[in-house]
Design a protein around this ligand. Structure first.
Ligand SMILES: Nc1ncnc2c1ncn2[C@@H]1O[C@H](COP(=O)(O)OP(=O)(O)OP(=O)(O)O)[C@@H](O)[C@H]1O
Ligand SMILES: [Mg+2]
Length: 207
């Protein structure tokens, strides 16, 4: 069964949580394996091409999803046109997705992609958590929102000299979901901020 309640979503193979895909995979374990390989390839490619001129705008964010998963899914890089919720959390309504996405990325551009606060880890974690929380609440794609949001935030951290964020079990033990719930339901990014503060470390400094 799909984890999502969605009135007309048909991205999943009937009766499974496996999205219809270009490789004809029908098994959960196999699809996760392929997704993980594609994600690892994306991390390798993106980290090596990242430089101070990289602009982490909305197009960059959408392209992370598109380029990483277009060999597997037709919905890669496509914003959903159905409403989605999980548990008690209602993500951004489909009709507001585009305008909300524009608002978030315009704000981030005005914030110079956090360039001015990056040297102060406390402020950086706070700002990063705010934007990550906004993207979690946006939940713009049919699937893979968590992984693409974390990939994007990792790029935002790396472009300012940090390592990819070490979530240290927060994803596995449910802390990341609790933090997501606080962001989506209460616009409260403080739990996420703590996770990010612990998980951020610089490439050049031994903590
Ligand atoms: N109950 C919830 N309330 C709010 N947000 C949630 C809830 N459950 C999950 N989320 C958010 O949705 C994301 C999962 O979305 P999706 O399934 O599209 O992506 P994924 O990449 O498959 O997930 P994952 O993060 O588990 O790897 C989570 O990472 C989390 O941020
Ligand atoms: Mg998922």
């Amino acid at each position: 069964m799909s984890k999502y309640r969605s009135s007309k979503s048909s991205i999943y193979i009937d009766g499974t949580d496996v999205p219809k895909n270009k490789l004809g995979i029908e098994n959960t374990q196999d699809i996760h394996e392929v997704e993980n390989i594609l994600l690892e390839e994306a991390y390798a490619k993106l980290s090596s091409s990242l430089n101070t001129k990289t602009i982490l705008d909305e197009t960059y964010f959408i392209n992370l999803h598109k380029k990483t998963f277009e060999s597997l899914y037709d919905f890669a890089g496509v914003y959903r046109d159905v409403n989605m919720s999980k548990g008690e959390s209602q993500f951004c309504l489909a009709q507001y997705l585009r305008s909300e996405s524009k608002r978030i990325f315009t704000e981030l551009e005005k914030d110079k992609y956090l360039q001015d606060v990056a040297s102060d880890k406390t402020t950086f974690a706070k700002k990063l958590a705010y934007y990550q929380g906004e993207l979690i609440a946006l939940h713009p794609f049919y699937e893979l929102n968590g992984r693409i949001t974390r990939l994007y935030v990792d790029m935002l951290a790396m472009v300012h000299g940090y390592k990819p964020i070490d979530y240290s079990g927060a994803i596995e033990n449910g802390a990341y979901i609790d933090a997501s719930i606080a962001c989506v339901q209460y616009a409260d990014a403080s739990l996420l901020e703590s996770i990010l503060f612990c998980g951020l470390s610089r490439f050049d400094i031994v903590n």
